[in-house]
Write a protein that binds this ligand. Structure first.
Ligand code: NAD
Length: 446
């Protein structure tokens, strides 16, 4: 990349269009998306692609996101001053149908992060058999430092900036970190104002009254729990005998804690961004939930022993559910993970180096693209209902979610056993086979 570029300039000296073109030609493809998370996504992809013997042409088509939009926009803050924000929307593949993926707010949001997450969304949809390609977006900001009014203006302006590449049959955003029903309502309203009529199907994860679906709020966490149930059944282990640690107490982690506790599972550790608590005899999950509802953060929770927000993943347990942010289990701490299974509620919580260490220690990892696919599955249900102007009952949503995830789990399990590989590579192989088949059939336009 850079070294090639420099060599070309050195050979030709400085100045002149030819040397500039030469420098540009020698940049590696994909330089724009390089990030630690994208490196992880590519590493995982290559492992599965090698296992499948995937041809070079399809590899190249699946590795690079098809479209990436970067926008900069001004927002007036409550104090009257103007702040500039950077936003992204990355669409990984247009081959499978419209694109689908959340948008997030955070100080570290970047093009490279969105590119990795968009690729994982493609694979997630393919594993569950949804007619979508993957996308992801976000705005770089610290949502905890913005007022509600400022967040609304950021959301509305972001929606109008990415308007040219989204649409109910093109790209349908959804919630992700630090975005939820409220942001989806603002987003839906902004898009509808632009086209002149209500378009509920432009986003999923909306409030019910605006065309949201029953069950979307708990779908990702419930999907994680369904996957844990399938995992225990395949291992011949009783669910209610397991001790579980959950990192992150937001939409995903909070639901996982509640649903597992209702199934008799012992929750021995939880954490959020402010820190964690652990108790080998079990925490009172209802008390944790009530505390979070009242205080927003776990800090000062009166129960268990205080543990750091990252150290929580090293607490002894049977099942560790990272459900916070990416890159939490790394080469640095993988040797100290004291669990039998890791079930990834978050996207990208385990690095490839950690994967290898966990494999050597015979700790199985159920990957994000399967374990947290419940969210996009119910998003798909919401989109279908919006298109048909129908509303399903909550029990129907939960039943359909279970069917889709059981099927997905079975496909991945069969691939794991059949190909003699780990869960992550098996899941990616299932997904890549499906997307590659569609890519071959559609060939290349023109
Ligand atoms: P959220 O914003 O609702 O919650 C995130 C939680 O993680 C919060 O409790 C926060 O305090 C905690 N946290 C943040 N940084 C942390 C840190 N460094 N250490 C410990 N805890 C930390 O977000 P969410 O929607 O629950 O998403 C969590 C993860 O699940 C993300 O990786 C997201 O991409 C993934 N995911 C979410 C959905 C969904 O439907 N919401 C779907 C699929 C995947």
């Amino acid at each position: 990349m850079g070294s090639n570029g420099r060599a070309a300039t050195d050979r030709r000296g400085t100045g002149g269009w030819e040397s500039v073109l030469e420098v540009e030609r020698t940049l590696e493809p994909g330089t724009e998306w390089h990030s630690e998370l994208y490196r992880i996504a590519v590493d995982q992809f290559r492992r599965a692609a090698d296992l499948l013997g995937l041809e070079e042409e399809i590899r190249a088509r699946l590795l690079e996101p098809r479209r990436s939009l970067v926008v900069n926009f001004p927002v007036r803050l409550d104090g009257g001053e103007v702040q500039s924000f950077t936003g992204y929307r990355v669409q990984h593949t247009l081959t499978m149908g419209p694109m689908k993926g959340g948008f997030r707010y955070g100080p570290g949001v970047s093009l490279g992060e969105c590119a990795a997450l968009a690729m994982w969304m493609t694979f997630k949809c393919a594993i569950v058999g949804l007619p979508f390609g993957g996308a992801k977006g976000g705005v770089r900001c610290d949502p905890n430092r913005l007022s509600e009014g400022e967040l609304e203006r950021v959301t509305r302006r972001y929606a109008s900036e990415i308007f040219p590449i989204i649409g109910p049959d093109r790209d349908i955003p959804a919630p992700d970190i630090a975005t939820g029903e409220r942001e989806m309502a603002w987003f839906m309203d902004t898009y509808s104002q632009q086209v002149g009529h209500p378009v509920p199907e432009i986003v999923t994860g909306k409030p019910l009254v605006l065309g949201g679906t029953e069950g979307r709020d708990i779908a990702t966490g419930l999907g994680v729990v369904y996957c844990i149930e399938e995992l225990m059944a395949s291992a011949g282990e009783p669910l209610d005998a397991q001790r579980v640690v959950v990192q992150g107490l937001g939409n995903v982690g909070g639901t996982v804690v509640r649903e597992l506790a209702q199934r008799g599972v012992t929750i021995v550790g939880v954490s959020d961004v402010t820190g964690g608590v652990a108790d080998p005899d079990g925490l009172d999950a209802a008390a944790v939930e009530a505390w979070m509802a009242e205080h927003r953060f776990l800090r000062d929770f009166p129960g268990g022993t205080q543990v750091g927000r990252l150290e929580i993943v090293e607490q002894p347990c049977d099942i560790l559910v990272p459900a916070a942010v990416e890159q939490q289990i790394t080469a640095e701490n993988a040797g100290r993970i004291d669990a039998r299974w890791v079930v990834e509620g978050a996207n990208g919580p385990t690095t490839p180096e950690a994967d290898q260490i966990l494999a050597e220690r015979e700790i199985e990892v159920l990957p994000d693209v399967l374990a947290n696919a419940g969210g996009v599955t119910v998003s798909y249900f919401e989109w279908v209902q919006d298109q048909q102007k129908l509303a399903w009952h909550g029990a129907e949503v939960a039943a359909r979610l279970r069917i889709q995830l059981e099927d997905a789990f079975r496909r991945v399990h069969e691939a794991k056993e059949g190909r003699g590989t780990d869960w992550r590579t098996a899941a990616q192989a299932v997904a890549i086979e499906r997307v590659a088949a569609a890519s071959r059939l559609r060939t290349i336009y023109p």
